[in-house]
Design a protein around this ligand. Structure first.
Ligand code: NAP
Length: 287
């Protein structure tokens, strides 16, 4: 039976550990102080023994400083170097958002690693908690119901598709912006109002809530200057974001840059998604 150490992270990681334990794996947790619900999963005594498992499941993001594991529920720092010095040559390490520096470190130790955040099925499943989180913000931050609101969704990718459907089911009037003919045709098929990304200036002024999913600065000065002062912009795109934030501030526009929503609003669901993705990776590796 494979031994698995789940090291660092938050509620998502304890969920991953619980589900793997329930599947029959020999799971240990490391990086959770008392007071956190760890579902009675056994704890590794120290990082050197945790690092000796067949499989290491690291958090998302794996690290925020390239030196320590992201471990908000641990009173002690968990040094990545302590893990690397103790791993076995055949250990598999799975983590989220592994940057170039860490990739170099892992390669230097000839570690067999994978970044589960890069998996398509993970991004698709995360579109649901991300969209729910965005709607949650819209509900609490606007004085009108979603049903009465005119919404524009910029981008019709994984999140855009799910978000448009959810907003529409709440009764919102939904305009979706895309740049490909096929996406524009799908938007029309789904009963939303399509608009080419190049033309959004002509319609954005009448929108109450603008959701951006395009990972590029689409809401620049030209577009922001026609956005209503009463509108709320919710930017979901990852850094550097899709809004010229300085200009938005100068124009007194309300912008909320809402990142990492799955882990914030639905950590257990987000943990299930990570566990499913990790299992797919391991199955493909023949583990
Ligand atoms: P996606 O499936 O790749 O969709 C992105 C959309 O943006 C597509 O419609 C794409 O159009 C469009 N697009 C990209 N570059 C563009 C450009 N320069 N001009 C016009 N349109 C452009 O991505 P996703 O999974 O929906 O994720 C969207 C963003 O949210 C990403 O930055 C992702 O990292 C982030 N994210 C945020 C959260 C959160 O909690 N806030 C959670 C998960 C992901 P084409 O198909 O024509 O390229």
């Amino acid at each position: 039976m494979n031994t698995i150490s789940v090291i660092g992270g938050d509620l998502r990681q304890t969920t991953v550990a619980r589900l793997l334990r329930d599947d029959g794996f020999d799971v240990s947790l490391y990086g959770f102080d008392s007071g956190v619900n760890t579902y009675c999963i056994k704890k590794a005594g120290d990082i050197s023994s945790a690092a000796q498992s067949d499989i290491l499941i690291m958090p998302l993001p794996l690290s925020c400083d390239n030196e320590t594991v992201n471990a908000p529920f641990s009173g002690n720092k968990i040094y990545i170097s302590d893990i690397l010095e103790n791993v076995r040559k055949d250990t598999i390490l799975l983590g989220g958002r592994i940057n170039d520096y860490l990739k170099g470190e892992f390669s230097a130790y000839s570690l067999n690693w994978r970044d589960y955040l890069l998996r398509e099925e993970m991004a698709i499943q995360n579109a649901v908690p991300t969209s729910e989180g965005a709607i949650n913000i819209a509900i609490t931050e606007t004085p009108e119901t979603i049903a009465e609101s005119s919404c524009m969704v910029l981008g019709y990718g994984r999140i855009g598709k799910v978000l448009c459907r959810m907003l529409s089911s709440l009764g919102a009037s939904v305009t979706a912006a895309a740049r490909s003919c096929s996406d524009l045709a799908w938007i029309r098929n789904e009963g939303f109002t399509p608009i080419h990304t190049n033309d959004i200036a002509s319609a954005i002024g009448s929108c109450d809530i603008i959701f951006n999913t395009i990972p590029s600065v689409i809401l620049d000065r030209r577009i922001l200057s026609v956005v209503s002062k009463d509108a709320l912009i919710i930017d979901l795109s990852s850094k550097p974001g899709g809004v010229d934030f300085d200009t938005a501030r100068e124009l007194n526009l309300r912008v909320i840059w809402a990142l990492s929503l799955p882990g914030k609003i639905a950590p257990v669901t987000a943990g299930k998604i990570i566990k499913n993705t990790v299992m797919n990776i391991l199955n493909e590796m023949g583990v």
